[in-house]
Design a protein around this ligand. Structure first.
Ligand SMILES: Nc1ncnc2c1ncn2[C@@H]1O[C@H](COP(=O)(O)OP(=O)(O)O)[C@@H](O)[C@H]1O
Ligand SMILES: O=c1[nH]cc([C@@H]2O[C@H](COP(=O)(O)O)[C@@H](O)[C@H]2O)c(=O)[nH]1
Length: 300
């Protein structure tokens, strides 16, 4: 009997882990000890993007490293239950499932630690399905969308930038955090990659600070990024492609959560483009989706 695996609409490559988020309605600083809520939810940039893509009706597959520990089994079960294809994950016998911990106060993100060591150690093993014929190979590479996150090591990102396995893909790239933004320098000069960054990350990539998303997007593309989308919280976001700059203003909302807003923006933008929306409409829809997300609702 032949078993047919469902073909994904898009590959989400990067971290798939557990987010442990502590939230308090008090304003916090380093050293605060306050009452609040602690939750554990699936996270990691690639997973966040995949989850939002599902809400927009797409079928993503995640390519990442997940341990064969109980945390990993639960995470894979949760991803599959949400409608994400998990068959292509690298399940490691000896590496534990990664995790991320963040503290959010009324005044925003206080601090976070990302433990993505297993993903970093797994290295190229996570790309095997793109090489062994399951999703693609050297001679017949994956020719669809790829959402790639900057949790991968800079070396692996540099390999991907040159690799024939990605030569035919529509590559969309997000940094995992400001602390890892500079890893994406490996993709500057790539002929077709689209970068999704916030204003701080845009500045880090250009070794400067930008006042507006428009400036960030313009300078990034001037430095050799094929296409740049820059967000700036509640301020206007910008997209620059071939010297053509467009901007849009996010709607005003009451912010109840901030973790994952950028990932939601990116996924909503990709989904809008798959559905054939023109540039300005796709940018506006992504901003609306991210605003809905930060206000505590689920966008679709
Ligand atoms: N205060 C806000 N009001 C409305 N939308 C917001 C707000 N903060 C974030 N967003 C939405 O989330 C997107 C990404 O937020 P941003 O803070 O720039 O990125 P990141 O979450 O990566 O730091 C924004 O472009 C916007 O659409
Ligand atoms: O180095 C990393 N930081 C953060 C994330 C993920 O990004 C999200 C938070 O990012 P932000 O605060 O930019 O929305 C979380 O889901 C977290 O798991 C990650 O994968 N790697």
């Amino acid at each position: 009997m032949t078993v047919y695996m469902k073909q994904p609409d898009i590959l989400c490559i990067g971290s798939v882990l557990w987010d442990i988020i502590g939230r308090s309605s008090s304003s916090m600083r380093a050293g605060s000890d306050v009452p609040g809520r602690i939750t554990r939810i699936p996270g990691g940039v690639a997973m966040n993007i995949a989850m939002t893509l599902v809400n927009f009706g797409l079928t993503p597959a995640v390519l990442s490293a997940v341990g064969r520990d109980p945390e990993g089994d639960e995470l894979v079960g949760e991803a599959a239950r949400l409608g994400i294809l998990t068959d292509h994950l690298y399940r490691s016998e000896d590496l534990p499932t990664d995790s991320y911990m963040a503290i959010e106060g009324a005044n925003g993100l206080i601090a976070a630690i990302a433990d993505a060591h297993s993903l970093e150690q797994a290295g190229t093993k996570i790309l095997r399905p793109m090489e062994n014929g399951t999703l693609g190979s050297d001679t017949a590479p994956w020719s669809g969308l790829v959402a790639l996150d900057g949790n991968l090591t800079r070396d692996l990102l540099a390999d991907i930038a040159q690799s024939p396995l990605f030569a035919a893909s529509d590559l969309r790239v997000a940094p995992a955090s400001p602390g890892k933004a500079e890893r994406l320098l490996a993709l500057v000069g790539h002929p077709s990659a689209t970068l999704y960054v916030n204003l701080e990350e845009a500045g880090l990539l250009c070794q400067t600070t930008f006042q507006t998303a428009q400036d960030g997007a313009k300078v990034l593309t001037g430095r050799g990024v094929h296409r740049a989308l820059v967000t700036d919280g509640g301020n206007p976001a910008a997209e620059c492609l071939n010297g053509d700059l467009i901007t849009a203003q996010p709607p005003e909302v009451l912010v109840t959560r901030v973790t994952g807003a950028g990932d939601t923006f990116m996924a909503a933008h990709i989904a809008s483009e798959i559905q054939g929306m023109p540039r300005q409409a796709a940018l506006e829809r992504a901003l609306n989706a991210a605003a809905t997300y930060v206000s505590g609702e689920t966008p679709s």
